[in-house]
Design a protein around this ligand. Structure first.
Ligand SMILES: [Zn+2]
Length: 149
């Protein structure tokens, strides 16, 4: 799927070949969640899990980067994973997912947005080992244990 990152000794020609071939690999991907803020954390964990990547939560967007610095992420795959997630919660008809370089934008089609649940904003638990984020302490404690197996 991915051709891998650009080698240190790459020639300009090889670079052009790779990017002209329609590949959509990036060092990291930024997922713009301004229209779906309410599910951003769940979506970040889901995308990271399915892509074998590390999520980092920002304001109204999140970033996923590969575990291995030499790896790349495919924005087409990210788009697919996000679409399936929206389908699973019955929201796929309301949003368009557009990949643009290393950004993936989730846009409301009809003006409907999924807003942040203010109560969950207060208590976010983030795993120091992998960036897993949850608003439930029980879930967080259960998750942390996987690193100590
Ligand atoms: Zn973790």
């Amino acid at each position: 799927m991915c051709l891998g990152s650009i080698p240190n000794n790459f020639s300009g020609y090889a670079y052009i070949l790779k990017y002209a071939s329609g590949k959509t690999c990036c060092q990291m991907l930024t997922i713009d969640c301004r229209d779906v803020e309410g599910i951003m954390h769940e979506l970040a964990v889901h995308v990271a899990e399915h892509m074998g990547a590390v999520p980092a939560i920002k304001i109204r967007e999140f970033v996923v980067s590969p575990f291995d610095d030499d790896d790349t992420l495919d924005s087409a795959l990210a788009t697919d994973v996000i679409r399936k997630y929206l389908e699973s919660i019955g929201e796929s008809r309301n949003f368009a997912i557009l990949a643009d370089g290393d950004r993936v934008n989730i846009h409301s089609i009809n003006g409907k947005t999924i807003t942040q649940n203010t109560s969950s904003k207060l208590d976010m638990f983030s795993c120091p080992h992998c960036g897993f984020v949850t608003s439930y302490e029980v879930e967080y404690n259960a998750h942390k244990r996987i690193h100590y197996l």
